[in-house]
Write a protein that binds this ligand. Structure first.
Ligand code: IPM
Ligand code: MN
Length: 368
């Protein structure tokens, strides 16, 4: 019997449609080689959706997403100047991304920070720091903390304008993401780096208390505590010490971009946003309006997000592995994309579509 999956396709803004087109080629190819069917339903989302519909996350898109088995989302948003034409609450981040996360309670954000040894030349870190490559799974809490706490602005008693923004969690919100992180640690090297700021923040003291409770059920996993500022340094000096890392939403936003930095580009950062019933998949980077329409964006993070969807939503682990392998084969055979350093004359730059061509070529061999 053919498995049939419905996927909501939210192309997003700027480079979104270009990199999504390459991701769709990969899905189409898999469907021709395997007993699986993908029904792809495109829906407007982001700044473009606001200009066309007056809403960054229109009702019709909500319905498409509600009815889908998984959601594949491109990057959204416009330049700082263009965004000013949109009311603050409808700007793509606040008007589309955060509501999408909240709607499906996608509390566990998987951000792999991966660079094979053969791709180590892309990293700004020295070869002796990179050694055998980088292979970290950063897990970021995604629907609580500083992002979703209560916020207000006003005038205080001294007559000064002020802002108030809170970091809130209940124990269940912390527990559920820690359970996911411990499960992943157990499947990998059985080491979990817990990233926090308990020397200052009460929220981290609380987080660590819950962690001690959850740890009782995972005594085979070693927990290493690290303050978030020290973790930022350690990621640069010795990324090899990390395997699975877990942290609060805002910490994860910042450290995952640093993860892209040590790889050499955010273009190498796919992600999975996992909820109890529905998950969505997106590159961890923005929509890069400065290079939109030029056919030079790197589609790796978008195609990698497809690989994560295949594995995590559709239990297609072999196919996911083939997609990863095909992408690695492109970079490992001397090609690059314009976001990545190419300081050697042995490296040939690929356009967005050419990268897709090479991935499809390798994938065809791997699947037959
Ligand atoms: C990310 C992005 C988002 C975030 C923005 C666009 C809301 O930076 O996914 O990391 O801050 O979470
Ligand atoms: Mn971010």
């Amino acid at each position: 019997m053919t498995n049939a999956y419905k996927i909501a396709i939210l192309e997003g803004d700027a480079i979104g449609p270009e990199i999504m087109a390459q991701a769709i080629r990969v899905l189409d190819l898999l469907a021709t080689h395997h007993d699986v069917a993908f029904e792809l339903i495109k829906a407007p989302f982001g700044a473009g959706a606001y200009f066309d519909n007056g809403k960054a996350f229109p009702d019709e898109t909500k319905t498409v997403c509600d009815n889908a088995d998984a959601i594949l989302k491109g990057p959204v948003g416009l330049s700082h100047e263009e965004s000013k034409k949109i009311p603050v609450e409808e700007q793509a981040e606040r008007g589309a991304i955060l509501p999408l996360r909240a709607r499906y309670n996608t509390f566990a954000n998987f951000r792999p920070i991966f660079l094979s040894k053969e791709m180590a030349h892309f990293s700004p870190l020295k070869p002796e720091v990179i050694r055998d490559g980088i292979d970290i799974l950063l897990i970021r809490e995604l629907v609580g903390g500083l992002y979703f706490g209560s916020k207000k602005r006003g005038i205080n008693e001294a007559g000064l304008r002020y802002v108030h923004e809170t970091l809130e969690y209940d124990e269940e919100q912390i527990r559920q993401v820690l359970v996911v992180a411990f499960d992943q640690a157990r499947l990998r090297k059985k080491i979990l780096h817990n990233i926090h700021k308990s020397n200052v923040l009460m929220s981290s003291v609380f987080w660590n208390e819950i962690l001690d409770e959850v740890h009782q059920d995972y005594q085979d996993v070693e927990v290493i505590h690290l303050l978030v500022d020290a973790a930022a340094t350690a990621l640069c000096l010795n990324p090899g010490q990390f395997d699975v890392m877990v942290m609060e939403n805002m910490f994860g936003d910042i450290l995952s971009d640093q993860g892209g930095g040590i790889l050499g580009s955010l273009g190498l950062m796919p992600s999975a946003c996992i909820g109890p019933e529905k998950s969505y998949y997106e590159p961890a980077h923005g929509s890069a309006p400065d290079i939109a329409g030029k056919n030079i964006a790197n589609p790796y993070s978008m195609i990698g997000s497809v690989a994560m969807m295949l594995e995590m939503s559709f239990a297609m682990k072999n196919e996911a592995d083939a997609v990863w392998q095909a992408m690695r084969m492109v970079f490992e055979s001397g090609y690059s994309t314009s976001d990545l350093s190419a300081d050697s004359d042995k490296i040939t730059l690929l356009s967005t579509v050419e990268f897709g061509d090479h991935v499809i070529g390798h994938l065809e061999e791997l699947l037959t």
